[in-house]
Design a protein around this ligand. Sequence first.
Ligand code: 6PG
Length: 234
Amino acid sequence: MNINIYKTKEELSDKLSKYIINNHLNNSIALSGGSTPLLLFKNLNKKLAKHKELNTKFYWVDERCVSPDSNDSNYKMVKENLLTNDIFKSENIFRIKGENDPQKEVISYNNKLMNSLPLKDNIPVFDLIILGLGDDGHTASLFPHEFLKFRDINEVLIATHPTSGQKRISLSEKIINNAKEVIFHVTGSGKKYVVEEIINQKGSYKSYPGSYINPKSSNLSWYLDFDAAEMLTK
Ligand code: 6PG
């Protein structure tokens, strides 16, 4: 496990975008939503603005069951902050259709993964999955209250947000752990306790879905700012 700590979220986004450009520019990348990755998307967009056409394949770690033009849409955030140049081919943007019936979309999206990615143990293999982390230890849309029932699922699944009840389409733990590389991108002091408990396997870590992200490739990295890493450095 590699742990990379940077003073600010701005420096973190700069370094992580450089890592992605140097190592994953023409690979399959699954992106998370939430607020953390916004700076990363903007950084990537700026650095790639003058690039020639790329073969990067973009997927989503999860998506809220909302319209793609909803401010809640993870796709919308990527479209508006990363996919503004015409350097990515439209056929390489694999959007989860949050507007569709969830029962149908999980089947449809799982088929997209099976047909566009290599398989290992009949489970899709991403080159890179970038995960966020909630202060309750959730990652993707794998939330503590229902996580255990999903642990044996190989496919894409329907999750439910614990407080809003919002339906979400999410990669499963098994798909995430089948990736060649997984990165946790976490910033802010609100995450410092859950980060420390997961990395040091202490406290309530067993109740955190983030604790079960252990890719078979062993290629797991954390990209943290000082605030999120504060308890690690005490
Ligand atoms: C989502 C994300 C989710 C996110 C965490 C952290 O759809 O919201 O996939 O797993 O990464 O909730 O969110 P923040 O970056 O906003 O703290």
